[in-house]
Design a binder for this molecule. Structure first.
Ligand SMILES: [Zn+2]
Length: 304
């Protein structure tokens, strides 16, 4: 059972089609939900994924284009009907705070929960730090200010070896310190090294979300060897000139970033409506990078 899953609510691009929804992704980390972008229809897709609104505490906006944002007024308005308290943190640029505040005040004046804005900038920075996870930004190259987000699990505690704990009669009060890496000193002064009492922690998992952007070879190093990389594949290589001009990437370019970052897998998406066969994105990416997951609405991708 995976503790880190990526739900694809929408993987189309700006021009509406009946085949894809606009951009929205939900990251489920140990039952806590984090939304990245909120295109139109995201709240319905959220329900189709059987996700719980009460678990959603953070919404991250990559940039302020309509196909990434316009589902948000509806979502916030609907959440207001639920009557539940709590807090929703929206991570966006200063312009996003200014515009969304006005919309929320007009349509959803008396929300039963608090909306907090965390103003982010187009720079590399850690923007969220929880006991189990950090989120950092990577500046992108789009027609308006844009950032990607990297979700990184913090290293967990070491796993105790129950039989050795019992054998050396380690008291219950010491267990957390042992999990943290301390040796155990017996009452007679004998030191039991931590490696005899524990096994290494589960390797931390990570996910990067890169959309929208022109091809930026230099971001591979900034992303690093994440388990899963979502990188937009708006175009195929036959339209690479248009991709560059519009601030987007081709499937081939996304695969090069995945390869150069050392990612475990590449998740495609943000497909231009001009293409009728999504398989072409996979084929093109596979020429460069072996582990390509063809994105679609309804897809749930576990990281472990
Ligand atoms: Zn855009």
């Amino acid at each position: 059972m995976s503790t880190f899953k990526i739900h694809t609510l929408g993987c189309g691009s700006a021009k509406p089609t009946l085949r894809h929804q606009p951009s929205s992704t939900v990251i489920d980390h140990r039952g806590n939900l984090f939304m990245v972008d909120c295109g139109e229809g995201a709240q319905h897709a959220f329900q189709r994924h059987r996700l719980k609104f009460s678990r959603l505490g953070h919404i991250f906006l990559t940039h302020l284009h309509g196909d990434h944002v316009l589902g948000l007024p509806g979502l916030i308005s609907s959440l207001g009907l639920g009557g539940a308290g709590g807090k929703m943190v929206i991570h966006t640029f200063a312009d996003g705070k200014r515009i969304l505040n006005r919309i929320f005040n007009f349509f959803s004046g008396d929300l039963p929960f608090e909306v907090e804005f965390n103003v982010i900038r187009e720079e590399e920075a850690v923007i969220l730090d929880t006991p189990s996870l950090t989120v950092r930004t990577i500046p992108l190259d789009h027609r308006v200010p844009a950032v990607g987000f990297v979700f990184e699990e913090k290293p967990g505690l070491r796993h105790i070896k129950r039989d050795m704990i019992d054998f050396h009669q380690v008291p219950f009060s010491m267990i957390n310190r042992i999990k943290g890496g301390e040796d155990f000193v017996k009452p007679d002064g004998t030191v039991i090294p931590n490696v005899m009492l524990t096994s290494p922690p589960t390797p931390p998992l990570s996910y990067a979300h890169i959309s929208d952007t022109a091809y930026m070879p230099e971001i591979a190093e900034k992303i690093g060897p994440v388990n899963l990389l979502f990188h937009e594949t708006t175009y195929l290589d036959s339209h690479s000139a248009e991709a560059a001009q519009r601030g987007h990437s081709t499937a081939r370019q996304a695969a090069m970033v995945a390869r150069d970052a050392g990612a475990g897998a590449l998740l495609t998406g943000h497909y231009s409506s001009r293409y009728k066969n999504d398989e072409d994105f996979r084929k093109e990416a596979l020429d460069i990078f072996p582990n390509v997951i063809l994105n679609r609405e309804g897809l749930v991708t576990p990281l472990d």
